[in-house]
Design a binder for this molecule. Sequence first.
Ligand SMILES: [Zn+2]
Length: 425
Amino acid sequence: MNLPVTPTGRRAALLPLCLLFLKTWVPVHSYLYNNRYAGDKVIRLVPESEREAQALNAIFHQLTVDLWQPSSIFHISEGTVTDVHVPGNSSQILLPYLQQANIKYTIIISDLQKAIEKQSGLQSCRNRRSVPGYNYEVYHSLEEIQSWMYRLNKTHSDLVHMFSVGKSYEGRPLFVLKLGKRSRPYKRAVWIDCGIHAREWIGPAFCQWFVKEALQTYRTDPAMRRMLNQLYFYIMPVFNVDGYHFSWTNDRFWRKTRSKNSQFRCHGVDANRNWKVKWCDEGASFHPCDDTYCGPFPESEPEVKAVAHFLRKRRKQIKAYLSFHAYAQMLLYPYSYKYATIPNFSCVESAAYNAVNALQSAYDVSSGSSMDWAYKNGIPYAFAFELRDTGHFGFLLPETLIKPTCTETMLAVKNITMHLLKKCH
Ligand SMILES: [Zn+2]
């Protein structure tokens, strides 16, 4: 084919402008995440027998599937709700296999790429702009969250103090907001972290929501006023900063940190299996390519090490440890590595009981988690929240559900904190 004659100077100058115009007006050309989830499915299975559970375990092991829940294939057993993200080509093997083995399944998401585009398309761009100030009902990138923290630190210096507890593997600062009235030198404190697992975006959204509510209602809500006057809240909106950033730029379903392994191509460690408590026992994996990889040794991840160091230094001051995850709508309490009651169980359980009208409390066996570690290190109230939903959207919780999720969780957190002020130890 003949190429057109060299354009005149004027046309040549117009061309880049047109391209720019096209780029901004025709979003279909730029697929999110490079279209990598086209044709992928999310399938729900509830094995009806141990035989079925074993069959699933075997096939999932063989195909490269991304397990959404439970966190490890070893937890799949009779009656366990199992959600799995299956790449397009693997589903062509998996679905006939399930049919042949007569294992029932439901397709929760039939095209993951479309589901992602639907959620994070132009609509949220418009929302983001139409709301004056910071919009708490959309998901924010790491950069947006960090500049939001900087801004609050400036505008609310009477109640907010921002600092860093260390650096991530990729060198990002690990920012924490200290919230509370600086009235006396010693105050008890509550630690709250969100986003240990990168893909659970509702976590960081909740941490931001908590800060907003605290600042907005400090003067009008006596309970909030009491909380901020009598306690400090250390809030870490994004624990796993590298992973969170990666889940925005490369892989929406990334869970782990981003540290490199000397022997394997696979990156990252499960930052909630890397703590020095029953490290790498049940519910964790020694294999660097697994999503629940516990790391080469406890606190191998700089993020875990930095937070553990901070909490250890303040173990006498910090009375509650709250960690936010998705998705199951559950509240977990120690010890998650064994089915047993804990010394102050009745006290903790009554706090939990009050906190969970909308959430369902339960045990989930896993080892090396931050919650168990906090409890073992003398923090009496340690809880891990599993926020919405129960699998309809999984990790792709729509932005329209941020508000109801955060509102109900806020009540639960206030309940636990008020319990703490009532001197139950
Ligand atoms: Zn999680």
